[in-house]
Write a protein that binds this ligand. Structure first.
Ligand code: NCD
Ligand code: ZN
Length: 347
């Protein structure tokens, strides 16, 4: 069985910087035409000039056979000036601002400590039709880690929506039924990305036969009841839900450590993972719109015109890939995968 779809885009991706770009970019550019590249570098990408030079470094790492467009995102801080939004918009290369609550995840220390601090920037974003990409978890250490997304909706998103009703928001990597419900109920200014790991696995996966750091990401995997609602949302054909892998590469030794960092590296087999989920849920016909149409539509960008073909054919995922002088372990490493990307059509 084969499945040919319009070439997809990844609306949430981490590529890091420096010598690892050459190892990381090709995994994504092989499958996707474009990707929103997250700005949580050290130091974070906080202005248009930094995004411009980061974009050039990414482009330099794209293999000659691929055509790939990095779509830049800027890191929102307590001090993002309103005129940075104008510069970003005018650049044509910046497509959103990422809001990390300070301390919520990897490299988020420079994030926003109180959303009110960012209101001048957010008001300018609403006015200039610039998208806010949200990491939706509260950071209060007394809140249970499994409740942080639901709490964020009540404490931050609902008030934000009241104050800035026409601000376009992407609720990134949603993981709970609460988030799926919030997005479904919201108006056309709100959408969400969903990762392959949150569609395929529940939290048992982290502890199957021992502690498995390569299944640890933030927001952390949740209970089965939540996974089922995410699958329903992704497979529903509702244009508010679209593909964003949150592929977040960390070297093997940073993951397999006494304090392993958060992030799942799915880029080498991203579209195959989504194909498995949609196939298992008898929604093969819904994969294309989720992966290739709705994200572009929400971002106001043209849909891609070339295609990729996937084949239902068992193969074994490599145990690791090179990452500069180290190794990186992909999601589902050494296990059998059911779908394989076969070919691409010329542009
Ligand atoms: C991401 C990373 O490693 O940059 N980690 C993760 O678990 N998803 C950060 C993020 O998107 O939260
Ligand atoms: Zn991310």
């Amino acid at each position: 069985m084969t499945l040919t779809i319009t070439r997809p885009d990844d609306w949430h991706l981490h590529l890091r910087d420096g010598s690892v770009l050459a190892d990381l970019v090709p995994h994504t550019s092989r499958q996707f035409a474009r990707a929103i590249v997250m700005p949580n570098l050290t130091p974070p990408v906080i202005n248009t000039e930094m995004a411009r030079s980061y974009r050039q470094r990414i482009l330099a790492a794209v293999p000659a056979v691929d055509s790939f467009e990095p779509l830049m995102s800027l890191y929102l801080t307590n001090n993002t000036p309103a005129d940075e939004i104008i510069r970003a918009k005018e650049s044509g290369i910046v497509h959103g601002f990422k809001y990390y609550p300070a301390g919520a995840t990897t490299n988020s220390d420079a994030g926003v400590t109180d959303i009110k601090n960012a209101y001048p920037a957010l008001e300018a974003m609403q006015k200039n039709n610039m998208i806010l990409q949200v990491h939706g978890e509260v950071v209060d250490p007394t809140v249970d880690i499994f409740d942080r997304e639901a709490r964020f909706i009540e404490q931050v998103l609902e008030p934000l929506k009241n104050d800035l009703p026409e601000l376009k928001i992407v609720f990134e990597h949603i993981t709970t039924k609460h988030a799926a419900q919030f997005v479904s109920d919201a108006d056309q200014y709100v959408a969400a990305t969903i990762t392959p790991q949150h569609l395929l696995y529940n939290r048992n996966e982290i502890f199957k036969g021992g502690i498995r750091p390569h299944y640890y990401c933030l927001p952390v995997l949740k209970r089965e009841e939540h996974r089922l609602e995410l699958v329903k949302a992704a497979c529903s054909g509702n244009p508010k839900f679209f593909l964003g892998t949150d592929s977040a590469p960390h070297a093997q030794n940073k993951k397999e450590s006494s304090c392993g960092c958060a992030g799942i590296f799915s880029a080498p087999l991203a579209i195959e993972l989504y194909a498995r989920s949609f196939d298992e849920n008898d929604a093969r016909d819904k994969l294309e719109s989720f992966a290739s149409f709705y994200g572009a539509d929400f971002y106001g960008l043209p849909r891609n015109t070339d295609t990729i073909t996937l084949e239902k054919k068992e193969w074994t995922v490599p145990a690791s890939f090179p990452l500069a002088s180290e190794k990186i372990i992909p999601m589902h490493a050494s296990e059998k995968e059911k779908w394989k990307m076969k070919m691409t059509s010329p542009t």
